[in-house]
Design a protein around this ligand. Structure first.
Ligand SMILES: *Cc1c(COP(=O)(O)O)cnc(C)c1O
Length: 415
């Protein structure tokens, strides 16, 4: 018996420790499709409750859009359920290549390669295009999957302070003698909802002859005038060398990701990226669904425009209610509570009022910066947002945080 009582005890102690520290993550069971209105079982075993979801990455409301569901059904019928293969053996269908071409067209890039997820794209891309003679210079707040990809790459690694362009420039000078330099950032930062200064970063990359890498997972489909992403917002669509993004958020919410950009770099990934070579291809119904998503988003800007209006309404409403927000203009709107327990209490209070929003605290965000991260969707109607604002007002009143400053909230509840 290799799994002895001693081994079991060791793990249960660790898990109990997480529970005692309030860091144990409990999942809530959703019984309906992902949408603005969902049916939730929480706690486990209790009867279903209908709530408004304001914490999904379903930015464009496409996760259960009838046209996307229909396209996935048709893809299932025409191309089957699964491929039982990686791409380079017998896992490439016509629709995989069609989707790659459509993504390139949508993002304004030279070529695209699909990955099972964006986590996999980020895990594979750096080691596929860089060597130990190169340097990766990343923003300190990049997504966990980029950090993992960097760990898997033999190139040297350095960081710059979040969105600090002077610091980035000093790092580009410091590493001037490397064969290649790659600057790495998220387009939209998922915890704060702020955007990278891509115009300034592109200028620095030009000045110091560095490659620019942007993860657009929280941007593709809705940031920028026609929803192409952060590079469109900052007018640098031709200056980003590598984009990674996910199909698991705004672009339909199912799964899959990609690397898109300079064609030689994409080809390097096709030849060398390990998650591409050694993990199964995206399932045909999902590919067909994402193709439909890109058709919808290329036809007009209706959904991203609605999302922008909803976001303005939401930010204005929360501000007028007297809550402390992070500045920004993306659909990620963090309501700052600073104290971890307070964020859990407010989240529970909202749930009782019929609103589903999760509290984030250390280590997901820095110590003393606990928050409820709200995420707005084009799937929300104004009545959803009004009801959610009423819930925030009611719960905010209960905890006496309306109209209070950051310092006043910290004085009441601690960090
Ligand atoms: C969600 C996310 C990912 C992971 O995407 P998956 O396709 O779900 O693996 C990668 N990068 C960023 C910035 C993300 O927000």
């Amino acid at each position: 018996m290799a799994y002895s009582d001693k081994t079991r005890g060791m793990y249960s102690d660790i898990l109990t420790g997480l529970q005692d520290a309030g860091l144990f993550k409990m999942e809530r069971y959703i019984h309906s499709p992902q949408a603005a209105d969902i049916e939730v079982e929480f706690p486990s075993g209790s009867s279903l409750k209908k709530v408004i979801n304001i914490c999904a990455n379903n930015y464009l409301g496409l996760s259960s859009h009838p046209d996307v569901v229909k396209a996935a059904h048709e893809g299932l019928d025409s191309h089957g359920y699964g491929m039982s293969s990686v791409r380079f053996i017998c896992g490439t269908q016509d629709i995989h290549r069609q989707l790659e071409n459509m993504v390139s067209e949508f993002l304004g890039t030279e070529d695209t390669i699909l990955f099972p997820s964006c986590m996999d794209a980020n895990a594979g891309v750096f080691e596929a295009v860089l060597t130990k003679d190169d340097v990766m210079i990343s923003d300190r707040l990049v997504h966990a999957s980029i950090i993992d990809g960097i760990r898997l790459c033999s190139a040297m690694h350095d960081t710059f302070k979040h969105s600090d362009m002077a610091h980035l420039e000093s790092k580009l000078q410091l590493h001037h003698d490397r064969r290649l330099k790659m600057v790495i950032t998220d387009g939209v930062f998922s915890m704060d909802g702020d955007t990278a200064k891509l115009d300034e970063m592109a200028a620095l990359c030009e000045k110091y002859d560095a490659l620019l890498f942007v993860d657009e997972s929280h941007a593709s489909g809705f940031i920028g005038k026609t929803g192409r992403g952060t590079h469109e917002k900052y007018g640098v669509m031709d200056k980003v060398d590598i984009i990674t993004t996910t199909f698991g958020k705004g672009l339909g919410g199912a799964s899959g990701g990609c690397v898109s950009g300079r064609k030689e770099l994409v080809e390097m990934c096709r030849q060398k990226a390990r998650p591409y070579l050694f993990s199964n291809t995206i399932a045909p119904p999902v590919v067909a669904g994402v193709i439909k998503v890109l058709e919808i988003l290329s036809a007009n800007t209706e959904l991203r425009d609605k999302l922008e209006k909803n976001t303005e309404f939401w930010r204005k409403g929360l501000t007028e209610a007297g809550l402390v927000l992070k500045d920004g203009d993306t659909p990620i709107v963090p309501v700052m509570l600073f104290n971890a327990k307070l964020s859990q209490d407010v989240s529970r209070g909202l749930y009782e009022e019929g609103v589903y929003a999760i509290g984030f605290f250390f280590p997901v965000v820095p110590q003393g910066q606990a928050r409820i991260r709200t995420q707005i969707s084009a799937g929300h109607e104004i009545h959803h947002l009004e009801k959610a604002l009423d819930a925030f007002t009611k719960v905010g009143k209960k905890y006496n945080i309306l109209g209070k400053s950051k310092q006043e909230i910290i004085d009441m509840y601690g960090m």
